[in-house]
Design a protein around this ligand. Structure first.
Ligand code: ZN
Length: 63
């Protein structure tokens, strides 16, 4: 089981204790103590890849 310490209120939380909130179609795990968003699930798909490719292009341009 994954354990996460909230960086805001320092409460140790298991993944089961986190609140699941969907924002803009993305699942976010939210600290139940202070409501900070701890984890945003990235959608696996072409959009994620394009961001990585764009970042790689940026690095290549610098080199
Ligand atoms: Zn918290």
């Amino acid at each position: 089981m994954i354990r996460i310490v909230c960086p805001h209120c320092h409460t140790p939380l298991s993944s089961a204790e986190l609140e699941q909130v969907t924002i803009n179609g993305q699942l976010n795990l939210v600290c139940p103590e202070c409501s900070a968003v701890l984890v945003s699930e990235q959608q696996e798909g072409p959009e994620g890849h394009s961001i990585e490719e764009h970042y790689a292009d940026d690095l290549a341009a610098h080199a």
